[in-house]
Design a protein around this ligand. Sequence first.
Ligand SMILES: Nc1ncnc2c1ncn2[C@@H]1O[C@H](COP(=O)(O)OP(=O)(O)OP(=O)(O)O)[C@@H](O)[C@H]1O
Length: 673
Amino acid sequence: MQLEAIPGVGAKTAAALRELDDPAATVESGDVAAIARAPGVNEARAARIARGAIRRRHDDDGRVLATDRARELYRAAIDLLRERTVTDYAAKRLETFYPSASASRIAEAQAFATDAIAREPDPAVREALADCAPLSDPPTVRVRDRCLATADAETLARAEAEVPELSVETVEDARDVSELGRSYASVIVLDESFAGLDVEGDVSVRPDALDTPAETVPERLLAFFAENRERLEAAAAVHEAAAAAGDPVSGGDGDADPPVDLDRLRDALSRLDDDGTIAGDAELDRLTAAVDDLDAAVSTAASVADDRLREAIRERDVTIEGTDFLSLVEQGARVDSLLDRELADEYDAAVDAAREHLADALRLEPEEAELAERVFGGDPSFPVDHDESAVSRLRTELSAARDRRAAKLKADLASDLGDLREPVERLVRDALELDVELAIARFARDFDCAMPEVVDPESSDRGFRIEGGRSPLLDVDFAAVEPVDYAVSGATLLSGVNSGGKTSTLDLVALVVVLAQMGMPVPAESATVERFEEIHYYAKSQGTLDAGAFEATLRDFGDLVDGADGRLVLVDELESITEPGASAKIIAGILEALDDQDATAVFVSHLAREIRDAADFDVAVDGIEAAGLVDGELRVNRSPKKGHLARSTPELIVEKLADDRGGEFYGDLLEKF
Ligand SMILES: Nc1ncnc2c1ncn2[C@@H]1O[C@H](COP(=O)(O)OP(=O)(O)OP(=O)(O)O)[C@@H](O)[C@H]1O
């Protein structure tokens, strides 16, 4: 796929996306986190790219949201969904849902949402999701004791690109390799031509080394798992909590089991330290501690011997002369011969004690203890001397054993983790996707939603029909929102008392249509919506416009009536842009043009009667009717009544005065309405 073919992806972004493992598949997957791994692509941008890829796939030019107010309603819809996510991932991923005019896109999103709303949001899953996040790539680890070697320039370039963790050295012959063997603990030669090479040290010829990175640089896998430990544990917890709640995260292929054996994953993670080294191996811990503690243990072992010897000497020389002798000795008089002659047994016992202490303190194995024995037991001396070269040999032995052990464990663990590398991507992605689904499920539950029917513009069921629609955008508690039934097909005027809920009805219609074309459930008992090409929603203008602004607005409407078919036009009190007489004529003219185009339009207006009179077709008028004034408060039936011009608030008040007070004045006034 040409990445540049995606709307909104230019050459620079395409180049960044090409850095991904499988750019086309990643972009198509809609996985915002995976797309955001491309250099310089943040998650918001990744969501736009994913949306662009969806558009391209459905051949959808995405012009549905045609005005600012329509875009505001989309934002409001997205916010209601996003508020119900736990993870940043899900919040961003929801942005890939947009109102589409493409039947296939809507069907695809509806299938996702239908599965989502069947889910049972569970508090334990929500809690587990809190620590969930997309996997991240740790910074490249540098491994300094191993190198790759090759005689071939091309292999060199490939090795440098693919294994940035290791130095790649050029070699020409066995001598070069042997030299490298002295500088590095291990050398991996990449060229077949070196097969059968016999040089000293840990040198291997492995032409496939670049294809088996888990063996060549186990550190890479270990660093990845160490870096992502918490995310992996969180994802595992999400899978477990969901399964315990009886609503398992599907493995993507309908399989209820997680894509990874979670016990195996946990076992592998328990063998890994946060810095990517091996944890929890007693033998490695012993060897590491032995190397670290060696000097200190030699020195305490020497003191143990000294103490014993001091005691022995003191016991021999219980007399005053003996003590004098001791202080003399400690001032540096030579005692070798004396120790040798008089205290040979005691000296041997002290040396044995030192050796024993050293072996015990460092928890040495028998063959290591043999080496350790040589540390003590040279020429007799007091204080007891130790042999530094024997210490050094012991250190070399222990360090080599430690490194061998670590390398083996790393290789073993990397081979275990290698199998998990791919599946954990799915483990985490499925957990994060679950958050997207649960947000939709919560939205549907919180606002008593239903899946709408989105019908073809060619069908006989044009326009929209909403039953029991309750807007979550009102300034009242959702529980107090009264249900609204409203259906419109064609160009219609909506009349009604002040504060009757006309603007709220337009908002409800826009929200339901936007959500329906996003493929989402809508806050209504049921809804059928035409698949509109464009949604034009104009909010109420703030007062009369000056001549310039008025002209601009008129031009907007001129363009609107000139445009394509399949539009929903929602306009709130357009009359306020200019004086009432002119407004009525203008609105009548716009309605006529929209009616000609079979557009679906709802114009909220207080001038419904005047507009109807000015129009040269039979404009439909609906009305939000007040049942009357009760204690100075309007009692409103929020569902517009079809084919009914609602009485205005002033009319209702005059009627009330005529009823309450009687008299000619109010009666005459009432007749004028
Ligand atoms: N369906 C509803 N359920 C409960 N309350 C509602 C409903 N619709 C509207 N309201 C309440 O009525 C108030 C006024 O609604 P809205 O602004 O939509 O009326 P309006 O008819 O457009 O008013 P105006 O004639 O002043 O433009 C809202 O702020 C809300 O508190």
